[in-house]
Design a protein around this ligand. Structure first.
Ligand code: SAH
Length: 276
């Protein structure tokens, strides 16, 4: 059995800062910043939240020029002198955030660790574009992935293999490799007019851009718009559903569907309804 004990007085909280809009941090995350003795934040994206709510006298540092070893040493040192140490990361700390690499040295040093989830850029991008990542009878599955860059993809996780499910793909860290993304979609049988949306700086006040295209056009459109960083690529058969005239309604809200809180009011019917 793994027994958790800590020898250091402070706890290091890994807090998801959300996708960019400082208002999209959780209430819990903001409360931790407000009582933090030290904050280590990850680059420009989250500096705003850190500086807006940090108390006077709080030690605030940017990790952008630190190695992982320097970051864990910094966190261990701060946990030795204050109760609440915050490691502020973009989106959710459990997605492409080097969480475990930082937690392991803290565990070894006997420092208590907690994680506060955050709004991932995948969710913020879908929200910005008013898109649903799942739709009844279209897809009920979302895959969070990336294409291979310096970090190799494990076997069976090539984008082509994942795209062959024809479910929703939220593709992180890949905007500079958009050509590879569209080639993988094509190889997996997506048609050239299948919709793709790219959201740049989702939720950033005044900086968000939404580029809508298709497998055939999205790369050119992003090039024209000079989008080369901080972007989410969403490929999904659900995209554009706001304009569809035929939509299978969610069974949860259908009058024929009985669930825990409501009895069906009409007999089961064909659930494919025409919207007005
Ligand atoms: N933990 C983060 C992801 C960090 S990896 C999260 O949950 O969102 C960094 C990648 O996330 C970027 O390359 C980009 O693909 C995506 N990303 C982060 N912030 C974004 C934003 N505001 N808008 C669009 N994509 C974003």
């Amino acid at each position: 059995m793994h027994i958790e004990s800590s020898s250091s007085p402070g706890t290091v909280w890994f807090v998801g800062a959300g996708p960019g809009d400082p208002d999209l941090i959780t209430v819990k995350g903001r409360g931790l910043i407000e009582r933090a003795g030290a904050i280590l934040f990850a680059g420009s994206l989250v500096s705003e939240a850190a500086t807006r709510w940090a108390p006077a006298g709080c030690t605030v540092a940017d990790s952008k020029d630190m190695t992982l070893e320097q970051m864990s040493a910094w966190l261990i040192e701060q946990a030795g002198r204050c109760d609440t140490v915050v490691r502020l990361q973009t989106g959710d700390p459990g997605l492409y955030g080097a969480l475990i690499e930082l937690v392991q040295p803290l565990d070894a040093a006997g420092v208590a660790v907690q994680v506060v989830p955050g709004v991932s850029s995948a969710m913020a991008s879908a929200a910005a574009a008013v898109e649903s990542l799942t739709l009844p009878e279209v897809t009920q599955t979302v895959i969070f992935t990336r294409v291979e860059g310096r970090t190799p993809m494990p076997e069976g996780e090539s984008l082509e293999a994942l795209a062959s499910h024809h479910s929703t793909l939220c593709i992180f860290l890949s905007i500079t490799l958009l050509g590879r993304v569209t080639a993988a979609l094509t190889a997996a049988g997506w048609s050239s007019d299948a919709p793709v949306v790219v959201v740049h700086k989702a939720s950033w006040p005044g900086e968000e851009k939404i580029i809508r295209g298709t497998v055939a056009t999205i790369q050119g459109l992003c090039r024209e718009a000079k989008i080369v960083s901080q972007s989410m690529i969403i490929a999904s058969p659900t995209l554009g559903a706001r304009q569809w005239t035929i939509l299978a309604k969610s069974k949860l809200y259908d009058t024929s569907f009985t669930h825990r809180f409501r009895r069906a009011s009409v007999p089961a019917s064909n659930l494919t309804l025409e919207s007005p």
